[in-house]
Design a protein around this ligand. Structure first.
Ligand SMILES: O=c1ccn([C@@H]2O[C@@H]3COP(=O)(O)O[C@H]3[C@H]2O)c(=O)[nH]1
Ligand SMILES: [Zn+2]
Ligand SMILES: [Zn+2]
Length: 245
């Protein structure tokens, strides 16, 4: 596939040791930022990067650990870099992102009155693959996360499933592996407590071994190290490290 995935953060929403669960997906010179949480500017800075290195941004759902850095991204693009990058987002979320999340901070008469004043908005239809660069094919898969809130997982190049935030859905994982040649799963992982809005480690440990073998854990809490060797063979994705896909 020849893509590189680098998690700029691997933490759960309120983790303090890890940044928000956001990623860079690189195809040669093209870099996609997958989600842009509150901590994204600092996370990039600590990797000697900045929003200047980002060519497009994709949003999976509207929670601060996934969209909270967009205000800074937008201002930097508009007034520092003078560049409009592509925003990939489910069509169902475009007006919600502006009206319910970004307008309060970004609105500026004659300068910024809509998402289109900042981004080249690319609304995506779920369950439909899109080539967004030469080698990145992206599909949004609707998931269940928060009652009444639309949220999406990603399926990359018909091979890699990226859960973003979702409650346990073993049937989806089995379907992707058995019917759609999925060879890698990056899954959110709540280490403790009941999985009311996320998937828990206990739930993932119930998956069949062939699925666990290809499952990597992300969006975890600060005490992740206590769980090393206690994950039924599933590896934790490491913040900052680059993975070849
Ligand atoms: O019913 C709820 C709704 C939300 N939350 C917390 O708020 C966080 C929002 O970001 P997140 O989706 O990464 O994780 C969520 C949880 O940590 C919760 O515990 N129960
Ligand atoms: Zn989250
Ligand atoms: Zn969330």
């Amino acid at each position: 596939m020849n893509l590189e995935l680098q998690m700029i953060g691997t933490g759960s929403a309120f983790a303090k040791k890890y940044f928000n669960n956001n990623a860079l997906l690189k195809d040669g010179d093209f870099t996609l930022l997958i989600d842009c949480g509150v901590t994204a500017p600092l996370a990039l800075h600590q990797l000697n990067k900045s929003f200047a290195d980002v060519d497009a941004v994709l949003i999976t759902h509207i929670h601060a650990d996934h969209v909270g850095g967009l205000e800074e991204l937008a201002f930097k693009m508009k007034f520092t870099f003078h560049r409009k990058i592509k925003l990939y987002i489910a069509e169902s979320l475009t007006s919600i992102l502006w009206e319910h999340s970004l307008k309060g901070g970004l609105y500026q008469a004659r300068e910024i009155t809509s998402l289109e004043d900042i981004f080249e908005v690319c609304p995506l239809t779920p369950n439909k693959p899109y080539f967004i660069s030469e080698h990145i094919c992206l599909e949004l898969i609707p998931n269940e996360h928060i009652p009444g809130k639309k949220s999406y997982s990603l399926y990359l190049n018909n091979q890699v499933f990226y859960s973003s935030d979702m409650i346990y859905n073993p049937d989806l994982l089995k379907y992707l592996v058995e019917e759609r040649s999925c060879g890698m799963i990056l899954h959110d992982c709540q280490l403790e407590g009941r999985g009311e809005v996320h998937t828990t480690l206990d739930e993932l440990m119930r998956l069949p071994e062939d699925i666990r073998k290809i499952t990597y854990l992300m969006h975890y809490g600060d005490n992740k190290d206590e769980y090393h060797g206690k994950t039924a063979g599933m590896e934790f994705i490491e913040q900052g490290r680059s993975y070849s896909l």
